[in-house]
Design a protein around this ligand. Structure first.
Ligand code: SAH
Length: 207
């Protein structure tokens, strides 16, 4: 699938309902998701992995994008049951049901060995509403990823590299983007605003 086509397909997914500000449900836009996933795929093709885990999946844009680029399957973890319903719609609208599993639950309750795939992809809460809200995601990602964690976070985040190093992993800043944000989070009267974001590629050392 070409970049333009992927960006268009992802932009048309049923939108995240954005009901619960405390859960920091600001999603990745189709253009950003497509560019990010394309750049990952050109380095390490999704089709050569055993699958993807999308933590804090929202409408599933990241996992679905990986599937459209060739990932064999995806597991989506999302705490908000209403969001899970729009995720299910998104999956069915693209006839991807057979490759997908949705877990409606809290990433904090994932235990070691319960759920593993080569890759974890996530745009977790950044901790702007609730300090350290991203930490359960970082901990869960380490339990889930056999090979790499792909993380989207605020560009100003300084704790990613030290956290990865402490865990014995290697974090590399991979891309930077201006992420469009819905007005409910921007505290401005403009309809859309953007926030500075960055992507990290975090690799497990060879075992
Ligand atoms: N991955 C999507 C959504 C990102 S927003 C995208 O990139 O567009 C973050 C999502 O994480 C929200 O849908 C929110 O409901 C969910 N979430 C927040 N805390 C969670 C937790 N503890 N466990 C699982 N999901 C959580």
């Amino acid at each position: 699938m070409r970049l333009r086509h992927l960006a268009m397909t992802l932009s048309k997914l049923p939108a995240h309902p954005f009901r619960e500000p405390a859960l920091e449900q600001y999603g990745t836009d189709g253009e950003t998701a497509a560019r990010w996933l394309f750049s990952i795929n050109s380095e390490e093709p999704f089709e050569e992995t055993d699958g993807i885990i999308d933590l804090g999946a929202g409408n599933g844009i990241l996992g679905i994008g990986a599937l459209l680029l060739g990932a064999p399957n995806a597991v989506f973890v999302e705490i908000d049951s209403e969001v899970c319903s729009s995720l299910q719609m998104a999956i069915s609208s693209l006839n991807l049901d057979e490759k997908c599993r949705i877990l409606n639950g809290d990433v904090s309750s994932i235990v070691e060995g319960q759920l593993t795939r080569d890759l974890v992809i996530m745009n977790p809460p950044w901790g702007r509403q609730t300090p350290r809200a991203d930490r359960p995601f970082l901990d869960a990602a380490i339990k889930c990823a056999n090979d790499s964690i792909h993380l989207l976070h605020g560009r100003g985040a300084r704790h990613i590299e030290p956290w990865a190093e402490a865990a014995g992993w290697n974090a590399k800043r991979w891309m930077e983007v201006d992420l469009p944000m819905p007005a409910i989070y921007s505290h401005h009267t403009k309809k859309m605003d953007s926030t500075e974001a960055a992507m990290w590629w975090i690799k497990r050392p060879a075992r």
